[in-house]
Write a protein that binds this ligand. Sequence first.
Ligand code: SF4
Length: 438
Amino acid sequence: MNNPIPKVGFVSLGCPKATVDSEHILTRLRAEGYLISDTYKDADLVVVNTCGFIDSAVEESLDAIGEALAENGKVIVTGCLGAKGDVVKQAHPKVLAVTGPHATDEVMEAVHQHLPKPHDPYMDLVPAQGIRLTPKHYAYLKISEGCNHRCTFCIIPSLRGDLVSRPVGDVMQEAQNLANAGVKELLVISQDTSAYGVDVKYRTGFWGGRPLRTRMTELAEALGTLGVWVRLHYVYPYPHVDEVIPLMAQGKILPYLDIPFQHANQRILKLMKRPGNSDGVLARIKKWREICPELVLRSTFIVGFPGETEEEFEELLDFIEEAQLDRVGAFAYSPIEGALANDLPDHVPPEVQQERLARLMWLQEEISEEKLKLKIGKKLTVLVDEVDEEGAIARSFADAPEIDGQVYIVDGQHLKVGDKVDVVITDSDTHDLWGELV
Ligand code: SF4
């Protein structure tokens, strides 16, 4: 006899923001009493959360949908690829429903239609912190969806729409639930974290009976009271970013800023239509470091943007040399279908792009190596991500999961994932550190 409780299979592709969408849908499914199946065969229906950012992601998403259709037959598609016109329906006309990203209600509607809701919801089976796809000791906290900017290399606003900030009370409740459930680190994400609240004119909400403004500084300060690490991602260099630096100096949130500069030359930044004013960025970085000497800066850059001259690229190298950023991700510009920058003149030949990318990364590697060397002999608190017979792999405040470096604890075999311990740094290389327990 078939199990009377309907089972939903779930495939989650894409970036951390898509992961958060998946978590919300999974939480709703479990809240309503659906079971989650690990296999296509065992599921009564499959939801595929897609990514549509670059061409290879589109392909991966279409393949995943094809596989789910072949193995199961009943498929609902959500996520960024779903927002790209008829791409999904054209490739896979048999899918039951297609929604864009951040569409939990629409996905649930489609699930109800094709796999009716069980009679008796198992509300008590759902933990208050919801269902998460990241490891137990850290979690992404999405504070808003969409973006009001129109950077010419990006199609996110056309996929996800304008900025919509989540109510600050809801964000804080989720953060509190996560902390209560044992999460040790919250990674604040959005398309544009420093714009949090702009759409609601920084409305005052409530948390724990107290008024709280829907604004990055106030949110960061409130998150800082939860007793867990708080890491800010995708922060644009607006003037009010200066306000969070003292919170970092006081140890309320991690002294870590992920701040995508993308370029240093004014003309290229203008062609990119980047938000914020990059004037005086170096002076601001200097001031931030005076207030919070520990501050770790991560940034991303695009090289070989259409029209970038050798001189303009060299200006970017000078900036990198001067700024001494801790972590840098760099990409050669690649045209994304639908992005305005594709129509700009003077595209840089791929071999020149690759040569510039290599020069930038080479310079950054030297900077990183030197900066990490300075940590030898210092004591750092680290959070353990993995343990095996060779020791433990952990991260300090300076390392976000998956994108930054790691701290290898050579005598950490007995530690547990999620432990926070102190180590003394004994060695370093270009990206990582080695240490021993104190
Ligand atoms: S700020 Fe620019 S790059 Fe970031 S999501 Fe908005 S449009 Fe895209």
